[in-house]
Ligand binder design. Structure first.
Ligand code: ADP
Ligand code: ADP
Ligand code: ZN
Length: 217
């Protein structure tokens, strides 16, 4: 099964993707994570993407679709892929169709995380992750069980993204509205969009998504 998690920055895509990964043996494909790894490693892609990401704008379609194509060729995605943060434009949506069909695969569902935009700035400015294993946390909504210690790996080092500030978030939201929200009708026309209340608590959102996926299998 191949699914897209669609929603604005802070909607909970990454949080839900890692829970589905753990529960269902699907693999999370996050172009944001791939780009951040490229920036960190100083690859040519990373050098091109860094300033664009810091500004909250979109990296080129060609770059992100190439990253997804390479990732789909790794065997672990055969059990199912969760696209997190991709596609983000109509051109990327078309590229994804091609990337999947070239590999004899198809898109089964688009899960739209419906959220109230006013809540997203707080979600994003409070977001932090474990520096060692990448587990996601929030200052208010998902603190580690023991303060300062990662629930998953025990590390005491955490990090925050440079683009997770109130100002850049506004640009990222505007990019979402202008370029990403318009891809929903493409999938609605195929009858594969499922809307989930992304304002519910984290576990409840997972339960709703699991119920949708169970009905599809
Ligand atoms: P996205 O990948 O869509 O940008 P994240 O999954 O990283 O969003 O979530 C953004 C922040 O909000 C994180 O700090 C996360 O812990 C928190 N969060 C995610 N889902 C919820 C939720 N349903 N309720 C409250 N906080 C949430
Ligand atoms: P979030 O879901 O919180 O907005 P991501 O980690 O998905 O964040 O993306 C962070 C940044 O990486 C984006 O603001 C954008 O600059 C870049 N990016 C990630 N995925 C894409 C994509 N599919 N197309 C273009 N740019 C992307
Ligand atoms: Zn950790």
């Amino acid at each position: 099964m191949n699914i897209i998690l669609l929603g604005p920055p802070g909607a909970g895509k990454g949080t839900q993707a890692s829970r589905l990964e753990a529960d269902r043996g699907m693999v999370q494909l996050s172009t944001g994570d791939m780009l951040r790894a490229a920036v960190k490693a100083g690859t040519p892609v990373g050098l091109q993407a860094k300033a664009v990401m810091e500004a909250g704008e979109l990296v080129s379609d060609a770059i992100v679709s190439a990253l997804i194509g390479e990732r789909l060729d790794v065997a672990d995605t055969a059990n199912g892929a969760i696209f997190d943060g991709y596609p983000r434009t109509e051109a990327q949506a078309e590229a994804l169709d091609l990337l999947l069909s070239e590999r004899g695969r198809k898109l089964d569902a688009v899960i739209e995380l419906a959220v109230n935009e006013d809540a997203l700035v707080e979600r994003i400015t409070g977001r932090f992750t474990c520096a060692k294993c990448g587990a996601g946390y929030h200052d208010t909504f998902k603190q580690p069980a023991v303060e300062g210690v990662c629930d998953v790996c025990g590390s005491d080092e955490f990090k925050r993204r440079p683009d997770d500030n109130a100002e850049t978030v506004r640009t990222r939201m505007a990019e979402y509205r202008a370029k990403t929200a318009p891809i929903l009708p493409i999938y609605e026309a195929r009858g594969i969009v499922h809307r989930v209340d992304g304002m519910a608590d984290i576990a409840q959102v997972t339960t709703e998504i699991e119920a949708i996926l169970d009905r599809l299998t």
